[in-house]
Design a protein around this ligand. Structure first.
Ligand code: FES
Length: 124
């Protein structure tokens, strides 16, 4: 699992990444609960909760958060070195990657302002 607190700059980068992504609106509904089918793929905009397994063959992508940290022009995100899949900081897959879908967002909810529960829905 990855739980990432995104900065305002990271959130701004999600807006500009849209045209480079395979499924920018997260229309493949199996990859996230309905409450995470939004531009940040999250309940709280700044907090990403995602399964750290590439949707190609299940390897663990590497976190490259800083702009240009992977290659010039890289906006920050996750890179799977196995076959080169790239994901943005919402886990959305870049077009041209072998991974077929966005990273999975698991069921989760906030039990309180400081307690995140992963793996079950609020009323489970
Ligand atoms: S397992 Fe990630 S690109 Fe193949």
């Amino acid at each position: 699992m990855w739980i990432l607190r995104r900065t305002p700059d990271m959130l701004q980068g999600l807006v500009s990444a849209g045209s480079f992504l395979s499924d920018p609106a997260s229309l493949v509904s199996s990859q996230q609960p309905a409450y995470a089918q939004n531009p940040t793929r999250s309940i709280e905009p700044e907090v990403l909760v995602t399964v750290a397994l590439c949707t190609h063959l299940g390897c663990i992508p590497t976190y490259y958060p800083a702009p240009d940290s992977l290659q010039p022009g890289w906006p920050g995100g996750f890179y799977c070195p196995c076959h080169g899949s790239k994901f943005d900081l919402a886990g959305r897959v870049y077009r041209g990657s072998p991974a077929p879908t966005n990273l999975e967002i698991p069921p989760h909810h906030y039990e309180s302002a400081s307690r995140l529960v992963v793996g079950e829905e609020r009323n489970a």
